[in-house]
Design a protein around this ligand. Sequence first.
Ligand code: NAD
Length: 370
Amino acid sequence: MAAKTYKICCLPGDGIGPEVIAEGKKVLAAVGAKADVEFIFQDHLIGGAAIDACGDPLPDETLAAAKAADAVFLASVGGPKWDSTDPNAPRPEQGLLRIRKGLGLYTNLRPVKIYDALASASTLRPEVIRGVDMVLVRELTGGIYFGRRERFYDEEGAGENGGRGQRAYDMMEYHEYEVVRIARQAFEAARKRKNKVTSVDKRNVLETSRMWREIVHRVHDEEYPDVELEDLLVDNTAMQLISRPADFDVVVTENMFGDILSDEAAQITGSLGMLASASLGDGVSLFEPSAGSAPDIAGLGVANPLAQILSAGMLLTYALDMTEEAGWIEAAVERVLNEGWRTRDIADESTPADHILGTSAMGDKVVAAL
Ligand code: NAD
């Protein structure tokens, strides 16, 4: 019997999901064997597959299993089969939103790392991206996306120019506890990495940002004085991310800024099939690739499983505190890439045909490199 046992709730979902999650499990099992840890994988339905089985993209049984697990390992959901014009038809993506809500996941972590072997996929110059290894920490359940909003017709013409017409507003609101808990997640993540946090706001204009900065500094001074902290305005961050991306470690910001900056940061790598992500709350956390279900290549056995495998690495770090073992996965992926092995999506004209692998063969290479 292994020294420790962990229950992993697996949600293969749709499209390439079942193919890539199989490789993620394979790698986790191999790590477990080496670390004397047993992972018990339990598959459950989500998304389109769950709609087909029982008409609900997140069956109660799936949410209950997720809550009872040590971590949730998700692939992706969705596909043209469930794209209905009927607004009342259940949609696969509702499963994602509901599981995030059900688990109280208020933090999204997206690592952005440049693998030297794939540097040519980036649209930025090689000398700019060398050494990029950062994590974006985005607040996920507050701010302007969840604030009060309204749109109305101004009959009176009370607007500044006295003109009648439509008027709309979206309210950006944060509570102290929301900033405190996301700041803690960022500082904790930094302690597992290079110990530096960049907090992004728009303090020169927004009151929410002035409060954000004050609270982030208080949490830092009282609980994490060992972590280096810098502040950056969001517009400046957008520039710095592409001019000196290698200087960042952990970047923490509110929901909308994070939505925009995380896509900008992801584009630095240029390889969608390589991007992992984690969603954390105060209980069970969830790990998944950033990309979708790629229906165009589902069932062909050619999908890149590396984002799913790197998500398994994040699961070890953030859910099970197995940072060293997560490092094994990172190193194995790097080694496989350095040896020239590629899936179709990350191959280029210089890749020999016999080095282009299918989904399962790529998983096997990572296991062998562990
Ligand atoms: P997508 O990310 O699924 O695919 C975009 C392109 O990237 C496609 O050409 C696809 O083949 C390729 N790609 C993605 N992942 C790949 C991988 N692992 N290996 C090789 N190539 C890969 O985005 P899309 O086409 O806009 O969306 C398809 C479906 O996925 C939609 O139903 C969408 O709603 C859903 N979706 C789900 C999630 C999620 O589950 N978190 C996220 C985004 C989109």
